[in-house]
Design a protein around this ligand. Structure first.
Ligand code: GRF
Length: 200
């Protein structure tokens, strides 16, 4: 069974969705590790509740990004991790991890990329007044939300939509799409997941 490390900085609801899917057998992989760069983030509490080991590691304790990522890399190697899944990890991935896990790092972003990359994609979509936004899963490269797209799902922005209501809709999609797409990727069905979904 493939071993996955999830990297998260915040609430960790996507991490939990992946872990529950794996523990229930829907996702045939082991979520072996949570890596969290924010001590005190709720993702770490979720890891404890789910019985998944967590590496809580702040970049502040390291002289460089390379040194920080090297520490993470050594942990991933020691656990035989096959893939890295970003789930609300608020940092760019540097060459240390990118080179060692080339083509094996994916991310989920709450917009239809290439629209609204970077921080607060939901706020950006609301400010732009679009009637459709969504979720994108993509490979990670050195850019900010720029890697090749694997899958996306559209979400309608209803009249009178608030940030909270839109975030709820988007997260509901994320929690089913991420395990589903990861399962397809692990089965080598990359082409099969180049589809789009639509949610109203
Ligand atoms: C998600 O909306 C994801 O798309 C974005 O960050 C958010 C993380 O939420 N990259 P959570 O920590 O998984 O609840």
């Amino acid at each position: 069974m493939k071993k996955i490390a999830v990297l998260a900085s915040g609430s960790g609801s996507n991490f939990q969705a992946l872990a529950v899917a794996a523990q229930s057998g829907i996702l045939k992989a082991e979520i072996s590790l949570l890596v969290c760069d924010k001590p005190g983030a709720f993702a770490v509490d979720r890891a404890e509740m789910l019985g998944i080991p967590a590496l809580v590691i702040s970049p502040k304790g390291y002289p460089s990004k390379a040194a920080y990522e090297e520490e993470i890399l050594q942990k991933l190697i020691s656990l035989d991790i096959d893939m890295i899944v970003l789930a609300g990890y608020m940092r760019l991935i540097g060459p240390t991890l990118l080179n060692s896990y080339e083509g094996k790092i994916i991310n989920i972003h709450p917009s239809l990329l290439p629209a609204f990359p970077g921080k607060d994609a939901i706020g950006q979509a609301l400010a732009a007044g679009v009637d459709t936004t969504g979720v994108t899963i993509h490979y990670v490269d050195e850019g900010m939300d720029t890697g090749p797209i694997i899958a996306s799902a559209a979400v309608r922005v209803a009249a009178g939509e608030t940030r909270e209501s839109l975030q709820k809709k988007i997260q509901r999609i994320e929690h089913s799409l991420y395990p589903e797409v990861l399962e397809e990727l692990l089965n080598g069905k990359e082409e099969a997941v180049k589809w789009e979904k639509s949610v109203h």
